[in-house]
Write a protein that binds this ligand. Structure first.
Ligand code: IDP
Length: 149
């Protein structure tokens, strides 16, 4: 029997993404979005915001004990960012593949971080690492009415 709409969309997933200050400063939003779209990820929500240091701190709460936490929160609140929700088949893994490794020196050729990141800290993009974190991160920045599949 043909798949119902629900079954056909089973692997459709959403992930949360940030285009970070180093990239918005260098006017790279369009080039980064092109990488997502070429990989089959659909931008279903997107807005430009400028976080306060405390908003960045709450977002990166899981890293609060890491030595780079303060530097990371300073950086993430240093300029506007683009927060977005990406949708696609296996979107979480696909997005992380397109982003490349955290440290651009280790990122595979053609990935966003290999092409654009400046350092391990100023690495152009954030992407959720699991379905649970994606849900929490999306809800931190977007309301249901802003998600337009
Ligand atoms: P990810 O963004 O690839 O998932 P995480 O280890 O979760 O990497 O780290 C979160 C963010 O913290 C990184 O994207 C980067 O901006 C920053 N970061 C990670 N490690 C370092 C470091 O050693 N020095 C400075 N910043 C770091």
């Amino acid at each position: 029997a043909p798949l119902s709409q629900g079954e056909a969309n089973m692997a459709l997933e959403r992930t949360f993404s940030i285009i970070k200050p180093d990239a918005t400063r260098r006017n790279l939003t369009g080039k980064i979005n092109a990488k997502f779209e070429e990989a089959g990820l659909r931008i279903v929500a997107q807005k430009r915001i400028h976080m306060t240091k405390s908003q960045a701190g709450k977002f990166y709460d899981v890293h609060a004990e890491r030595p780079f936490y303060d530097e990371l929160c300073e950086f993430m609140s240093s300029a506007p960012v683009v927060v977005q929700v990406l949708e696609g088949e296996g979107a979480i893994a696909k997005n992380r593949e397109v982003m490349g490794a955290t440290n651009p020196a280790d990122a595979a050729p053609g990935t966003i971080r290999a092409e654009f990141a400046e350092s391990v800290g100023e690495n152009s993009v954030h992407g959720s690492d699991a379905p649970e974190t994606a849900a929490v991160e999306i809800a931190y920045f977007f309301s249901g009415i802003e998600l337009v599949g």
